[in-house]
Write a protein that binds this ligand. Structure first.
Ligand code: ATP
Length: 235
């Protein structure tokens, strides 16, 4: 069943239009990635979905479970079951891991039990009383994902979850994303520059080029098609 459908989306900023006629569909249970070079419009697509740092949407529809998200405010979108982990992995630096998760849980009506987060992310258990500012980049990313998960989403949007992380940590983050998809039935849309990370966990990929969706491919095809990767992703 389709969980999220974007149809004919045109969006941009005062400085100009960024997205042109973008169509995208995600079925329940999938992990889908949105790929493209710097400035292709990946983050703008995510922001349009969740109504964050609102780009101006001039045409199109974004439908989540029959609800038109373009008519909703950010907090209503969270209540509908959508969580967003922005690029900068925002945690409260002076709050501990436990407190960061608690604040996120109290922001929604129907959170998951906060203690569940330490089952999903065993890495966080031993550092639960540490302030976020003293954590490594990978640990902060886990906290950011846990904060999104505790809100009990059906769809989680992750903007470059592996950016700037060492390869070993990238694998931990990948495995955490797979776990929340497998064990917690969370559908995932992730933006990635790291094509290898996207291929490691996503089922399907949309490719954005200068604001246009130029292809939609399975992981098998993306892996096999060197020309495609070279043309649109430069890898
Ligand atoms: P990156 O990986 O660099 O974040 P991206 O594919 O996510 O790339 P976007 O961040 O969506 O791309 O940016 C698309 C275009 O929109 C870029 O030209 C960028 O400069 C512009 N842009 C992004 N945010 C804003 C903003 N708040 N105001 C004006 N222009 C913006």
């Amino acid at each position: 069943m389709t969980l999220l459908a974007i149809d004919g989306l045109e969006a941009g900023y005062e400085t100009g239009q960024v997205l042109f006629d973008v169509d995208l569909e995600i079925a329940e249970g999938e992990i889908v990635s949105l790929l493209g070079r710097n400035g292709a419009g990946k983050t703008t697509t995510m922001r349009s979905i969740v109504g964050a740092d609102m780009p101006h949407v001039s045409a199109g529809t974004i439908t989540f479970r029959e609800q038109n998200l373009l008519e909703r405010r950010s907090h209503e979108i969270a209540e509908l079951g959508l969580s967003y982990v922005p690029e900068a992995r925002r945690c409260f630096p002076r709050l501990t891991v436990t407190e960061n998760i608690h604040v996120a849980a109290t922001a929604v009506n129907d959170p998951l039990p906060e203690s569940d987060m330490f089952e999903v992310f065993p890495e966080l258990d031993e550092i639960r009383d540490r302030q976020a500012k003293n954590l490594s980049g990978g640990q902060q990313q886990m906290v950011a994902i846990a904060r999104a998960l505790v809100a009990n989403p059906d769809l989680m949007l992750l903007d470059e979850p592996c950016e700037g992380l060492a390869p070993m940590i990238v694998r931990q983050v990948e495995s955490a994303i797979q776990r929340i998809n497998d064990e917690r039935d969370v559908t995932v849309l992730m933006v990635e520059q790291n094509v290898a990370a996207a291929m490691a966990i996503a089922d399907r990929h949309y490719i954005l080029e200068e604001g246009h969706l130029v292809d939609e491919v399975t992981t098998e095809r993306l892996r096999a098609d060197d020309e495609l990767r070279q043309a649109y992703l430069g890898v």
